[in-house]
Design a protein around this ligand. Structure first.
Ligand code: NOJ
Ligand code: NOJ
Length: 506
C-alpha cells in the first residue's frame, strides 16, 4: 500500500513539474476553474523562491516522509498488546511514558484516518481504514463507559481501556469534543454510503456514543478545564473552539438523524461559546490570549501567547465545508486577521527564543509557548507542521475569496512574507488586494514559501529514517522526548493534505 501511495505522489510531482511557467497577468484566468491556480503560481515563482521552496530535495523528502508518517502512524493504532482501537500516543514506555490512549491524540489521529478513508480509491485499503475506524469507535465507547475520576473529561487510558487513575490535570475538555468530531465525521461517511443504521448506532444516546459526548460538551463548556498541554485549568481558546465545532457538527448530525431538540440545544450552546471566544482577542497585545479565568495549574505563562491557538484555527475538516454555513466556517478561521496576528507574534517569539532558529536553516521551529519548561522547553514537530498547514489553509481561503484584506492587525504577518523591501513598503493596512494586484500573487507565493520552509525545518531535524519525536532540542536540534509521536505523523499528513488542496485548487 505504501509503495503505491508513494508512486502516486511521484507521478503528481512529475505532473507538477510540467505546469508551464506562468505570468501573473494571467492569474485571473486561472481562477475560473480552468487550471489549478496555485500549482501554476508555485511553478512560476520557482526562480525567485527562497532556498527551501526551490529545493527539489524537499519535494522528494516529502514524498518519502508521507509514506513514513503513514506507516508509523498506523503502527501506533491498535498496536500489539493493546485492545483493538486503542491509539498509543507513542511507543515510548519511559522518559516519557506515552504508552497510553490519550483521548485528544487519538481523536486527532483518527480524524486524519477518516480523511485517508474518504480519499482512498482502492477498495481493499478503504476497507482497512474503515476497520481501524470501527475499532476506534468501539474503543471510544468502552472508555466512555468506564467509571473514571473525570468522566468523559478523563484525558488518558491504559491501552486495555481502563482509565489512568494517577494524579493528572483533569478534566481536559478538548478531548471529548475532538472525539465527538471524529466520530461525527465517520457517521457522515456512513450516511454518504447509504447506511443511516450505522450512523445511528454511532450517534447512540445520552448514555453512550456521539450523543453522550455532545451532552458532556454542551453541559460543561462554561466550566474551566485543563488545556491541551495538560497544565493550566482555565477557559482555553483551543478547548472552546473544539467544543464549538463539535456542537455545530453535532447539531447537523442530530437534525439529520431526527433528533431536532438536541440539535437546537447544541446550536444554542455553540452560540454561547462564540461569545466567550471573542473575549480572547487582546487588542492591546495584538494577539489571541490562550487562557482566561485561570483557577489552577502552572502560573508562569505570562505572555498568554500559545501555539494551541493555531491548532484551534486549523482544526476544521472537510465535513465542516459541507455542513456549516460560510459564516460559521469563517469563525476564527486560518485567514482571520486575529489568528494571523497571533501566528506572527508566536513566530517572532520562537525565532528569538531558540538557538536553532538563529542560524541560516530554513523556516522557524515552533514551540508550545515561550515560557515552556517541559523537557527544557523545546520546539515541537507537530506545531511546526501546524504552522505550515496554517499558511496553506489561509492561502486557500484567500484564493477562494479572490481577496486578501490587509488589516493593521495582520500587516506585519503579511509584510514578513514579502521578499522585496519595496513590496513591504507598498503594503498598507486597510486595502483589499485582488488577483489583479501583483501583491496578491506575491502574498500567495509568500504563504506557500513560508509553508514549505516550516516543512523544510522539520526535515532538517528529522531522524535519517524519517521518524519524528515529539520535540527538537532548542540548542542542538536533535529529536528529543517521545519517539514516534503518533500525533506528529497525523499533523504532518494533515499539513501535506492542506498543501495538496491548495496546489490542486481543491
Ligand atoms: C506532562 C504533560 O503531558 C505535559 O504536557 C506537561 O508539560 C508536563 N506534564 C508538565 O506539566
Ligand atoms: C503532552 C502534550 O502536552 C499533550 O498535548 C499530549 O496529549 C500528550 N503529551 C500525549 O502526546
Amino acid at each position: 500500500m505504501l509503495r503505491s501511495t508513494a508512486l502516486l505522489l511521484v507521478l503528481s510531482a512529475a505532473a507538477w513539474a510540467q505546469v508551464p511557467a506562468f505570468a501573473p497577468a494571467s492569474l485571473d484566468a486561472l481562477f475560473d476553474g480552468r487550471a489549478p491556480l496555485a500549482t501554476a503560481v508555485a511553478k512560476s515563482d520557482r526562480p525567485s523562491a527562497d532556498k527551501a521552496a526551490r529545493d527539489t530535495g524537499l519535494e522528494a523528502w516529502l514524498v518519502r516522509e508521507r509514506a513514513v508518517a503513514l506507516a508509523r502512524m498506523r503502527a501506533n493504532i491498535s498496536p500489539a498488546g493493546a485492545a483493538p482501537g486503542a491509539v498509543a500516543a507513542s511507543p515510548s514506555h519511559e522518559e516519557p511514558n506515552y504508552w497510553y490512549h490519550w483521548r485528544r491524540d487519538a481523536a486527532l489521529t483518527m480524524q486524519e484516518v477518516v480523511g485517508l478513508y474518504t480519499r482512498e480509491g482502492d477498495p481493499a485499503r478503504k476497507a482497512e481504514y474503515l476497520g481501524m475506524l470501527r475499532d476506534y469507535a468501539s474503543f471510544a465507547r468502552k472508555t466512555q463507559a468506564a467509571p473514571s475520576p473525570a468522566g468523559l473529561g478523563e484525558p488518558k487510558y491504559e491501552m486495555d481501556g481502563r482509565p489512568f487513575t494517577g494524579p493528572w490535570g483533569r478534566p481536559q475538555d478538548d478531548g471529548p469534543a475532538e472525539e465527538a468530531s471524529t466520530l461525527i465525521a465517520l457517521a457522515a461517511e456512513y450516511l454518504k454510503a447509504g447506511r443511516p443504521d450505522l450512523a445511528r448506532e454511532l450517534y447512540g444516546d445520552a448514555s453512550g456514543g456521539i450523543k453522550a459526548g455532545l451532552e458532556y460538551v454542551s453541559h460543561r463548556w462554561r466550566q474551566t478545564s485543563f488545556d491541551v498541554w495538560e497544565e493550566v485549568k482555565a477557559h482555553h481558546f483551543d478547548t472552546a473552539m473544539a467544543q464549538r465545532l463539535s456542537l455545530l457538527e453535532g447539531a447537523w448530525l442530530a437534525r439529520t438523524l431526527g433528533d431536532p431538540g438536541a440539535a437546537d440545544w447544541y446550536e444554542a450552546q455553540a452560540r454561547g461559546i462564540e461569545e466567550q471566544l471573542k473575549r480572547h482577542w487582546d487588542p492591546a497585545r495584538g494577539y489571541i490570549q490562550t487562557a482566561l479565568d485561570r483557577d489552577e495549574g502552572l502560573d508562569y505563562k505570562a505572555s498568554g501567547l500559545d501555539a494551541a491557538v493555531i491548532l484551534a484555527a486549523i482544526h476544521r475538516r472537510p465535513l465542516d465545508e459541507a455542513v456549516l454555513s460560510a459564516g460559521q466556517n469563517a469563525f476564527f478561521s486560518p485567514s482571520d486577521p486575529r489568528v494571523l496576528a497571533t501566528a506572527y507574534a508566536l513566530k517572532r517569539a520562537f525565532k528569538a527564543g531558540y538557538r536553532i532558529n538563529q542560524g541560516d536553516q530554513p523556516g522557524t521551529a515552533i514551540g508550545r509557548y515561550p515560557e515552556d519548561r517541559y523537557f527544557g522547553g523545546n520546539p515541537w514537530v507537530l506545531l511546526t507542521a501546524a504552522f505550515s498547514q496554517l499558511d496553506s489553509m489561509a492561502a486557500r481561503e484567500f484564493m477562494q475569496k479572490r481577496a486578501i484584506p490587509v488589516y493593521k492587525e495582520d500587516l506585519a504577518f503579511f509584510a514578513d512574507l514579502l521578499e522585496d523591501p519595496a513590496d513591504r513598503a507598498a503594503l498598507r493596512a486597510g486595502v483589499v488586494l485582488t488577483p489583479q494586484d501583483p501583491l496578491f500573487t506575491k502574498l500567495i507565493l509568500g504563504l506557500m514559501r513560508d509553508s514549505d520552509a516550516y516543512l523544510a525545518r522539520v526535515r532538517t531535524h528529522a531522524n535519517p529514517d524519517g521518524s519524528l519525536s515529539e520535540q527538537m532540542d532548542r540548542d542542538s536540534g536533535y529529536m528529543t522526548s517521545a519517539r514516534d509521536l503518533t500525533w506528529n505523523y497525523a499533523s504532518l499528513l494533515s499539513a501535506l493534505e492542506a498543501r495538496d488542496a491548495l496546489r490542486e485548487g481543491r
